[in-house]
Design a protein around this ligand. Structure first.
Ligand SMILES: Cc1cc2nc3c(=O)[nH]c(=O)nc-3n(C[C@H](O)[C@H](O)[C@H](O)COP(=O)(O)O)c2cc1C
Length: 285
């Protein structure tokens, strides 16, 4: 799968790669109203990764339904809409608006964005609020609901359990880790938002550990994301219990990465004599 915020609405990449070969595309984070996002600069390169503080710049749910869904409906690849709200009601409203929209295959509920002042990660750092958002979205839609968890917590397992108990169909983890960088010339924080979300290979061992712990604790599918750049990385997440993986930052370096991983998984399975990917899922648990 292509991870939210790193693959636009999919069509931007359609000229670069064969998007129909992907397992799924997760759209850019979508809010009730359009958002301009945070002040520039919004991205910074870091050792083995990047910081971003985009601040959920997006065209808003109505424009997604009017302008993007008619494009998605022509594709075979499922498109999951990533949603974010400032209140529980806003999450529910967006989910209601997506009900019955052709071209939308599911909802990924972002309760983990570290770069917005209202809502965002605030819902994902407590079990009770994470559960409330999950229940509200589930009550508003018949689409499959994936809840995306933040790693900026001391106990991600308890939050995953709360979300699963509230009806989530799957969890995806992890979103970015809060970090910052300082411009030593200006002696000021470099990012306009001061802090940003760290992604890329630097966060992979943390994401893998969290996927392993969560997969052991919940009965719903776990989607692994965080620093995946190669087949071997994806295999580690599958063996840690992920039923699927998302590729994010690596797409900026090489847009073919998800397709190369799909080919690599097939080759690995042939080499190992595995007939079905489920033989590998959770092998390390
Ligand atoms: C530029 C950028 C924008 C992102 N926007 C979103 C977003 O809108 N919603 C969301 O749930 N995650 C968003 N993410 C998080 C990614 O989907 C992913 O969880 C995270 O980057 C870790 O995976 P990676 O290391 O493969 O990038 C964004 C990440 C980046 C780098």
């Amino acid at each position: 799968m292509a991870a939210s915020g790193t693959f636009g609405y999919g069509h931007e990449y359609a000229r670069l790669i064969d998007i129909e070969r992907l397992g799924a595309i997760v759209s850019k984070g979508t809010t009730l109203r359009p958002r301009l996002g945070n002040p520039q600069p919004r991205i910074a390169e870091t050792p083995a990764g990047m910081l971003n503080a985009i601040g959920l710049e997006n065209i808003g749910i109505e424009a997604v339904i009017q302008e993007k869904a008619p494009i998605w409906v022509r594709w075979k690849v499922p498109v999951v809409v990533n949603i974010a709200g400032e209140t529980v009601d806003e999450y529910a409203t967006i989910a209601t608006m997506l009900e019955g929209v052709d071209g939308v295959a599911g909802i990924e509920v972002n309760i983990s964005c570290p770069n917005v002042a209202e809502g965002g990660m605030a819902f994902g750092i407590r079990s009770d609020t994470a559960a409330q958002v999950t229940a509200a979205v589930k009550a508003s839609t018949s689409l499959p609901v994936i809840v995306k968890l933040t790693p900026n917590v001391t106990d991600i397992v308890s939050i995953a359990e709360a979300v699963a108990a509230s009806g989530a169909d799957a969890v995806s983890l992890i979103n970015t880790l809060v970090g910052m960088t300082i411009d030593i010339t200006t002696r000021r924080p470099f990012l306009g938002n001061i802090s940003g979300g760290l992604s890329g290979p630097a966060i992979r061992p943390i994401a893998l550990r969290m996927v392993y712990e969560v997969a052991k604790a919940v009965d719903i599918p776990v989607i692994g994301v965080g620093g995946i750049t190669s087949t071997s990385d994806a295999l580690q997440f599958l063996m840690a219990g992920a039923s699927a993986v998302q590729v994010g930052t690596a797409i900026f370096v090489n847009p073919q990465t998800p397709l190369e991983i799909i080919d690599g998984l097939r080759q690995f399975m042939e080499r190992e004599g595995a007939k079905d990917i489920t033989e590998l899922i959770g092998a390390a648990l």
